[in-house]
Ligand binder design. Sequence first.
Ligand SMILES: Cc1cc2nc3c(=O)[nH]c(=O)nc-3n(C[C@H](O)[C@H](O)[C@H](O)COP(=O)(O)OP(=O)(O)OC[C@H]3O[C@@H](n4cnc5c(N)ncnc54)[C@H](O)[C@@H]3O)c2cc1C
Length: 362
Amino acid sequence: MHDVTVHLGRHLRLDDNPLLATAAASQERLLPVFALDPAVRRGVQQEAFLLASLADLQQSLRARGSDLLLLHEAPQPEVRDRYESPMRMIADSDLPFVSSRMPRTYTPFRQQIEAAGMRSTAPVPCPERLPPLPEDVSCPTIVAPAVPLIAAGGEQAGLAHWRHYRDRRLPDSYKQTRNALLGWDASSKLSLWLAWGCLSPRRLASDLFEYEQAHGANEGTYWLWFELLWRDFFALRAEHRDVEGGAIDPDDPRWRAFATARLGHPLIDAGLRELNATGFLGNRLRQIVASYAIRERGWPWAIGAAYFAWQLIDHDPASNVGNWRYIAGQGADPRGGRHFDPEKQREMYDPDDAYTRRWGGA
Ligand SMILES: Cc1cc2nc3c(=O)[nH]c(=O)nc-3n(C[C@H](O)[C@H](O)[C@H](O)COP(=O)(O)OP(=O)(O)OC[C@H]3O[C@@H](n4cnc5c(N)ncnc54)[C@H](O)[C@@H]3O)c2cc1C
């Protein structure tokens, strides 16, 4: 038994946190830390959500006899993965293939997992008590900035959101509503907490199976799992391939076009206004915006990916780069890229311009 520092990275929760559970079982003293790299630039909402999540975790750790120390430095290379990759729903040991030889596209990836009867790795419970800090270490209280956010950061808020989502039986209608452009309940919004590891995808999946036991499985519950598996797919790809996005350059006119919501189409610009105002954008509009920037404007995907990385509260390097590359036809798309015709999308998803007007256009 000895003292140990544990870097939490994007694992900002007590529940189903194997890093904490293992360290708690084997260490006499434990120092949970998070390296907040001052060189990483984030949009205002992303920064506020992250700090709120850290403050929430600090309170939870204190209640169990521990604490959280913020380091203002870049994470060391040996722990960088924890800062870049939140946990997957299915652990390597539960995959029906060697992870480095995963199928290149999503459908065979999913089919092999389903054929093996695998849906999720089981979550681990949170330890009741955690080892005390090493002697002579004290942790200043983390204070989150008072920035208005679409949802509160942290594990407590994430769990409350998920409970509320289930209690209203929203998983049942998820498949029908998920692409709607307006309405907080149209999709689950779980990405906000998943991206920072405030929620565990294994806990969500396990709760979803309990929900199916209680209320019956249906298209909606299956589709929620299906989308969570997309997240695993991109995470796993990122572990074996490059996830380098573009660099932030506020002086680049293309960056300014994103920042001032002037890409040149009313629906796309409305989407960018929502993104800039809230730090969030639904999946359908992310696809339409990405397709427009790449195909209509002819910009490299990495420019838009860098902008999203800076602005999205739920920025997750693997999902962001994976989706941008998918639309650019450079990644896991068996059809060589996706083109979303903006006018057709507008007719299908915003026929009366309600969304475009809501975000100040048309
Ligand atoms: C260009 C582009 C960039 C994106 N960047 C990110 C990102 O940085 N971080 C991020 O979490 N997601 C990203 N996504 C995926 C997806 O848009 C978001 O996960 C989703 O919109 C989050 O809202 P939700 O939680 O309400 O999703 P829901 O529709 O409720 O889906 C449930 C969960 O499934 C997962 N999921 C759903 N769709 C995808 C997908 N296409 N790829 C990976 N996981 C998915 C997410 O974890 C999500 O929380 C991106 C998609 C595109 C097209």
